[in-house]
Design a protein. Structure first.
Length: 397
């Protein structure tokens, strides 16, 4: 059992800090949230979202009415892309400053919510720019309140302290993690997720699986991260095929949203290592690469390199995906993970996304030089040497 991989003499910190509303119709809770914000003086809001989903899902109908009913002034920034850039965050922040915004709402998947978290910090540090935040040139300890209205079931960012924004001119895609950006409230309404296309349904759910693989096998893993991870795997294994077969299956969407939420809590506690540290350079270099797909391409090789160091945990937690026999080998676990990914529609390799052997050295260098990624690599259960990192990339081609 996974208990053998936990050092009981090492003190672990357990995190679960945001209040999340989960369920069909949860978007209606925004009426209560808006009333509370208004009563506490948070009456000027900047909203970050993408170009279309916030309206197509119906979320905006509820949000706009609640803001108006509670006399909350707002400005809307609807230009957040799937891999948000620092200049977009700065632009949204300036828009917020124009009305004296003292609260931030993110509507969408991980990108708008991460961008919203970033704006929340910058509103409290008006002399700073987003690139300075993500190049770790200052350490924030305050941020405006964040409300996260989640439209996907993968990132978990609606309940954690992490955010990611790209600096494309340097091919950087760093991550930050600060207590001040835990969302005050989060909404996970499966009814807002039924329009999520099949490809994105697969990609975001694979993202959740990667979160828990890392959170359960990291040096920083704790019993809570593993508990959440095991349930995430069970739920995704059971309900992802149903959501792929019928996007309107609300029960499947509900449990995938819950799986994503607890996966976010899992890595908020257990942290991340190889797949995220190696994927960020991929989608920094090729900004049209879907994050969850990049992670999924890398995952089988990461399973292989971590297997012997965390065999008990991998078999116990990830048995539905990799097999659970005691004679399971690293090579077979890798193969089985790749077969499961194929079964849900992830058949690509890095070469299919435009990468070649010539890219490997640059990608490896970025994994070690991008601000913050060295911290993730330090959590890996086997030493994250440049040789090991390059080998994962090479095997994923």
């Amino acid at each position: 059992m996974w208990e053998k991989d936990i050092n009981i003499n090492e003190i672990k910190e357990i995190r679960a800090k945001s209040t999340a509303y989960l369920g069909v119709g949860a978007i209606e809770k925004f009426n209560d949230i808006a009333a509370e914000l208004s009563s506490k003086g948070f009456n000027k809001v900047v909203i970050l979202t993408g170009r279309a989903a916030y309206k197509k899902t119906g979320a905006w109908d509820v949000v706009e009415k609640a803001l108006k009913d509670n006399n909350i002034e707002y400005v809307l920034y609807d230009k957040i892309s799937p891999n948000p850039e620092h200049k977009d965050v700065d632009e949204a922040c300036e828009l917020g400053k124009s009305i004296g915004a003292n609260c931030v709402i993110g509507i969408g998947g991980g990108s708008p919510i991460d961008a919203a978290k970033s704006v929340a910090i910058l509103l409290e540090y008006p002399e700073k720019k987003c690139a300075e935040l993500y190049e770790l040139k200052f350490t924030p300890d305050k941020a405006a309140p964040v409300i996260a209205i989640n439209l996907t079931h993968g990132t978990g960012t609606e309940v954690d302290r992490f955010a990611v924004v790209s600096i494309p001119e340097k091919e950087y895609k760093p991550a930050i993690a600060y207590d001040c950006i835990y969302p005050l409230y989060a909404i996970d309404d499966p009814a807002l997720m039924v329009t999520l296309p099949e490809y994105q349904t697969m990609a975001v759910s694979v993202d959740a699986i990667n979160h828990v693989f890392e959170a359960c096998t990291a040096l920083t893993a704790n019993p809570f991260s593993i508990l959440c991870g095991k349930e995430t795997v069970r739920l995704v294994h059971k309900y992802l095929p149903r959501a792929l077969a019928d996007g309107n299956d609300l029960e499947a969407r509900y449990y995938l949203a819950y799986a994503s939420m607890i996966a976010g809590t899992s890595f908020d506690n257990g942290l991340l290592h190889f797949t995220h540290a190696l994927e960020h350079p991929l989608s920094a270099v090729k900004t049209d690469l879907t994050h969850g797909v990049g992670l999924g391409i890398l995952l089988p090789s990461v399973v292989k390199i971590c297997f012997d160091a965390r065999k008990e945990t991998i078999i116990d937690v990830f048995g539905p995906l990799v097999g659970d026999s005691e004679d399971l080998t690293a090579e077979k676990a890798c193969e089985n993970m790749r077969e499961w990914l194929k079964s849900v529609g992830l058949t690509m390799r890095l070469k299919d996304e435009g990468f070649t052997e010539a890219d490997l050295d640059r990608l490896t260098e970025l994994a070690f030089t991008t601000p913050s990624l060295d911290g993730l690599l330090s959590c890996a259960p086997v030493q994250a040497t440049k040789e090991n990192v390059r080998a994962i990339y090479a095997e994923s081609l």
